[in-house]
Design a protein around this ligand. Structure first.
Ligand SMILES: Nc1ncnc2c1ncn2[C@@H]1O[C@H](COP(=O)(O)OP(=O)(O)OP(=O)(O)O)[C@@H](O)[C@H]1O
Ligand SMILES: *[C@@H]1O[C@H](CO)[C@@H](O)[C@H](O)[C@H]1NC(C)=O
Ligand SMILES: *[C@@H]1O[C@H](CO)[C@@H](O)[C@H](O)[C@H]1NC(C)=O
Ligand SMILES: *[C@@H]1O[C@H](CO)[C@@H](O)[C@H](O)[C@H]1NC(C)=O
Ligand SMILES: *[C@@H]1O[C@H](CO)[C@@H](O)[C@H](O)[C@H]1NC(C)=O
Ligand SMILES: *[C@@H]1O[C@H](CO)[C@@H](O)[C@H](O)[C@H]1NC(C)=O
Ligand SMILES: *[C@@H]1O[C@H](CO)[C@@H](O)[C@H](O)[C@H]1NC(C)=O
Ligand SMILES: [Mg+2]
Length: 673
């Protein structure tokens, strides 16, 4: 009996000893030395002031910390898992405030180490082959700061319950439910201290995870919650601890205090006793930058800013040169309203591009453009000039002409002067110049009514220049390509006064004659002087051109001889059939008398003797029918010494281009002999 009792006591004391040797709870209010029963592995350390620092800034490493004594989770190997509970305070510090390296986890594992856990997204818990394997026997609560799609992570700031796998069985955005039942977000990487509670109920198998900001009480509603029997997961004796991993960004995981209890609540932590977090110290590289920043910035400024400044200055200078204009005192009062900006013209013509070229003449090229602001269509004539003196006179003349508006003059909108060129801006004439309708098998020919309308228009423009304006203006370049047709096919005279720009000079020995071959009066060539009569001569040639549809000078196919239109018409007259000179393209609708009159008037105007040529006032009277053309016979004109054409003198040697050319007076005289 006694021995039985003795044996009973022995067993009882053994079992008591047994259970007393079993750990039921522990508490760490900081991990102060002398630290017992905690083992740190990998890059985990315990700081002198008692912080459990699970990692350091080494990239792609793991850190573990375990309570070294086994915890009995089951009464028998095949039993059910007892209730257990833990709470801890942690903080995560990240290199960047919005990005972090990988997170950390509370872990229950079969061993006091996780030698096969790999860093980065595996959080030091598992590796690529064993993740998800039931033989792991690992239970963990992860605090993940990176979103890994492979593990179905919900975001980069979540709390999850992991069983043998990083694919959480349940997870939630980090945060807590406050007393009023509202959800409040928490940022894991906020560097702020947070407290966590993990509770497992052995009867209901309820796993609850809660968290809250430091010093706030445990929320009544858990953050993550799931019912799961851990009996098949946990072995009889297990080890509890923390796991952490780093990736390529730097972060630091701290545990400030921790308590654990099995078959009961985890003992509460004394929050006031917990160690202080370190002040976040700038890294060495930051200190380096702080120290060298002024030098670095200066170097960067020198390397980047100075060259770009030089570039900018050069660009501005280049632009200035590109859009440079010349403006003198005398222009400021005179031409204010007519000065246009080269920049505007440049943009209007899209940089004087080839597609906008309307044509080229003796003075330069004409480009079509659209004024940027007003959307007005313009024609810009680019004239290169050498004579500054001539230019001054010319500009004052065009400005004064610009003031006069006449329905048969091409309106001058303005001008722009540059170093070696002058730009004249005219209204754009949509129907182009008259010459395009006369010869070279034109697409469109003009009927007699239209032709006489154009002739009348040009005549009244010329009359206006010669007599109606306050001063006598000599056009100097009357010809079909300078007669432009507006939308209603009115003839409008353009390019007045330009010839003067080139012909100018005070020394009669070098004065050059400018005009266009075929339109140049012999007296003009002889004296180098343009007069109203020389304009009338050109007008006469124009009349013949319009009626005959023939160039002023045509090269005979067979002989190659140059035939002057005046001679050609005159020959018909002598033969008594002047009407045969008319353009065959005219068809049959025309006024015989009018055609004949215009032909004779043309011959009269282009008479070699200036005094025979009628002034424009009279020309207009003839054209209107207000006066009758004197009834001349060809012999009358001939008898008075009509010397037709000027080409007899120098036609063979002269250059014939059809455009304005400059005739050297001296060489004409010598060449004529
Ligand atoms: N205001 C304008 N509107 C439309 N086209 C024009 C205008 N001014 C000129 N042009 C076109 O540009 C072409 C070239 O003109 P430009 O005055 O340079 O040469 P030209 O008249 O043949 O010779 P010149 O240099 O003796 O005047 C003309 O043939 C004409 O078709
Ligand atoms: C990180 O911790 C490990 C282990 O303690 C140590 O060897 C390593 O030097 C540490 N690295 C840094 C950058 O502190
Ligand atoms: C525990 O379970 C295993 C397999 O389920 C069985 O082989 C073993 O006998 C059980 N042990 C006890 C003590 O019940
Ligand atoms: C880990 O635990 C298992 C089973 O509990 C045991 O067989 C093994 O020896 C342990 N390994 C280490 C390194 O402690
Ligand atoms: C993963 O861990 C297991 C043990 O759990 C080990 O056998 C295996 O070799 C590890 N695999 C890798 C790739 O590290
Ligand atoms: C789980 O791991 C064990 C041992 O490492 C292995 O034999 C088994 O094949 C693994 N199971 C799966 C599904 O990977
Ligand atoms: C909490 O975080 C989630 C996910 O980042 C976000 O959608 C939500 O708007 C946040 N709520 C508050 C109150 O900041
Ligand atoms: Mg012209």
């Amino acid at each position: 009996m006694f021995s039985k009792l003795f044996i009973f006591f022995i067993i009882l004391s053994q079992s008591l000893q047994d259970s007393s040797s079993q750990v039921l709870s522990f508490t760490y209010n900081g991990f102060h030395p002398p630290l017992t029963d905690i083992s740190v592995q990998g890059i985990a350390t315990v700081t002198p002031n008692g912080l459990l620092k699970l990692n350091n800034i080494t990239q792609r490493e793991t850190g573990h910390a375990f309570y070294t004594k086994p915890i009995r989770f089951k009464d028998s190997p095949n039993g059910t898992v007892s209730s257990f509970s833990t709470t801890f305070v942690f903080a995560i510090h990240s290199e960047f405030p919005i990005l972090s390296s990988h997170g950390m986890a509370f872990v229950v594992a079969p061993n006091a180490s996780l030698p096969y856990g790999t860093p980065s997204q595996y959080l030091g818990l598992f590796n690529i082959t064993n993740d998800g394997n039931e033989t792991n026997h690992v239970f963990a609560v992860e605090f993940d700061t990176v979103m890994n799609i492979e593990f179905n992570d919900i975001n980069n700031n979540h709390v999850g319950i992991d069983i043998n796998s990083l694919k959480s069985v349940q997870s939630s955005q980090a945060g807590y439910w406050d007393e009023t039942g509202q959800f409040k977000n928490l940022s894991l990487i906020s560097r702020k201290r947070m407290q966590v509670w993990v509770d497992y109920d052995g009867l209901t198998h309820q796993i609850d995870v809660s968290m809250s900001p430091f010093r706030k009480s445990k929320p009544t509603k858990p953050l993550v919650s799931i019912a799961r029997d851990l009996s098949s997961v946990l072995l009889q004796d297990m080890f509890v601890g923390f796991s952490s991993a780093t990736g390529s960004l730097q972060s630091e995981h701290f545990v400030l205090g921790w308590s654990f209890g099995v078959n009961g609540k985890a003992p509460p932590l004394s929050l006031s006793k917990l160690p202080k977090l370190p002040r976040w110290e700038p890294r060495k590289i930051d200190i380096f930058f702080k120290k060298w920043m002024p030098t670095i910035s200066i170097v960067v400024i020198l390397l980047v800013f100075v060259p770009s400044l030089i570039f900018l200055v050069r660009f501005i200078l280049w632009r200035k040169r590109k859009f440079a204009e010349e403006l003198e005192d005398w222009e400021t009062n005179l031409g204010k309203n007519y000065r246009l900006k080269f920049k505007d013209l440049y943009y209007a013509t899209q940089g004087f591009k080839e597609e906008g070229l309307l044509g080229s003449g003796g003075f330069g090229s004409v480009y079509k453009g659209v004024m940027p602001k007003t959307r007005q269509e313009i024609a810009v004539k680019r004239v290169s000039n050498e004579s500054q003196q001539g230019l001054k006179e010319f500009v004052s003349e065009i400005v004064s002409i610009g003031r006069m508006s006449h329905r048969n003059l091409v309106p001058l909108l303005g001008y722009c002067r540059r170093k070696n060129e002058l730009l004249l801006v005219y209204d754009y004439m949509p129907n182009g110049s008259l010459d395009k309708y006369l010869y070279n098998s034109p697409e469109l020919t003009l009927g007699w009514k239209q032709r006489i309308k154009v002739i009348n228009g040009v005549a009244s423009a010329l009359f206006f220049l010669h007599e109606e304006w306050e001063q006598v203006v000599i056009h100097r370049d009357v010809k079909s390509s300078n007669v432009l047709l507006d939308t209603e096919y009115n003839g409008r005279l353009g390019d007045f006064g330009l010839a003067r720009l080139c012909g100018h000079g005070s020394d009669p020995q070098t004065t050059r004659v400018a005009g266009t071959w075929g339109y140049l009066a012999p007296d003009h060539v002889r004296t180098g002087h343009a007069t109203t009569a020389t304009d009338v001569f050109a007008f006469g040639v124009l009349l013949l051109e319009v009626v005959c549809g023939r160039r002023p000078i045509e090269i005979q196919n067979e002989s190659g001889e140059r035939v002057f239109i005046v001679d050609w018409v005159f020959r018909f007259w002598i033969e008594g059939n002047i009407l045969d000179a008319k353009d065959p393209k005219l068809g049959s609708v025309y006024d015989r008398r009018e055609v004949e009159m215009v032909l004779k008037l043309g011959l009269m105007c282009s008479h070699s003797e200036p005094y025979i040529r009628p002034p424009m006032r009279q020309v207009i009277q003839y054209l209107r029918g207000d006066a009758m053309l004197p009834d001349l016979s060809p012999l009358d004109l001939h008898g008075r010494g009509m010397m037709l054409g000027i080409h007899h003198g120098f036609g063979e040697s002269g250059m014939f281009t059809g455009a304005t050319s400059i005739v050297d007076y001296d060489s004409i005289l010598s060449g004529g002999r």
